[in-house]
Design a protein. Structure first.
Length: 221
């Protein structure tokens, strides 16, 4: 797996139709199709058609039941397509017969030949915020977004923990569980009471964003 975060994504060696226009915008050199988040198109040059992508009855039902999964559109045509999502940082992965698990709210675009599905995070209980995520498998490009500049953590270094709302994506082959920190709600994360983190083990990575999402207002005494 190659990643733009490492700075070693040699687009002379892989099909370079996904390019960072800048840190917050993706440029897709389109000659065929791409799947992208609905509403993410900020500009295009050329001839393109935009259609709703439901993903089939099975995946539609999973979206309805779990609330997971990015609303997608299928873009067909030729030209330059520019994608962004609320000026969030864009990060690229090139999968080579691999799989990646992505939080649906962070999924920006991916190649249509990749297989995608909404799956339960193995080992994560109902208390975890990321119980269901989107898994993409195969060979091709994936673009994700992050609030602020993310950190890419090498999980082979040792047991790795991340707030369930901060974990953007990770290697699909990692072992995932739950770590609970009691009586630390005021110190860990932004919640209250029991703090819950996703626990990762194995060879791979976790991409962590610099924000957990909106701050939950605390009642005033």
């Amino acid at each position: 797996m190659r990643s733009s975060f490492f700075g070693n994504l040699d687009q002379g060696q892989v099909p370079g139709h996904f390019v960072l226009q800048n840190a917050k915008m993706l440029r897709v050199q389109l000659n065929g199709e791409v799947l992208a988040r609905q509403g993410s198109m900020v500009a295009f040059q050329g001839n393109m058609d935009f259609d709703y992508e439901g993903g089939g009855v099975g995946r539609l039902l999973k979206k309805m039941v779990t609330g997971e999964g990015a609303p997608l559109m299928r873009v067909r045509g030729q030209g330059m397509l520019f994608l962004a999502d609320n000026a969030q940082d864009v990060h690229l992965f090139y999968l080579e017969n691999e799989a990646i698990t992505v939080n649906g709210t962070n999924l920006l675009a991916f190649d249509p030949q990749l297989t995608w599905d909404i799956r339960r995070v193995q080992g994560a209980g109902v208390a975890a915020g990321g119980l269901f995520n989107t898994t993409l498998t195969g060979t091709g490009w994936v673009a994700v977004t992050a609030h602020g500049t993310p950190a890419l953590l090498d999980t082979s270094w040792g047991p790795t923990f991340a707030d369930s709302q901060s974990a953007v994506c990770w290697s699909a082959g990692l072992g995932v569980g739950i770590n609970r920190t009691f009586k630390a709600g005021a110190l860990i994360g932004r919640g209250s009471g029991e703090a819950v983190q996703l626990a990762f083990q194995g060879q791979g990575f976790v991409l962590v964003q610099a924000s957990e999402g909106p701050i939950v207002p605390q009642p005033r005494g």
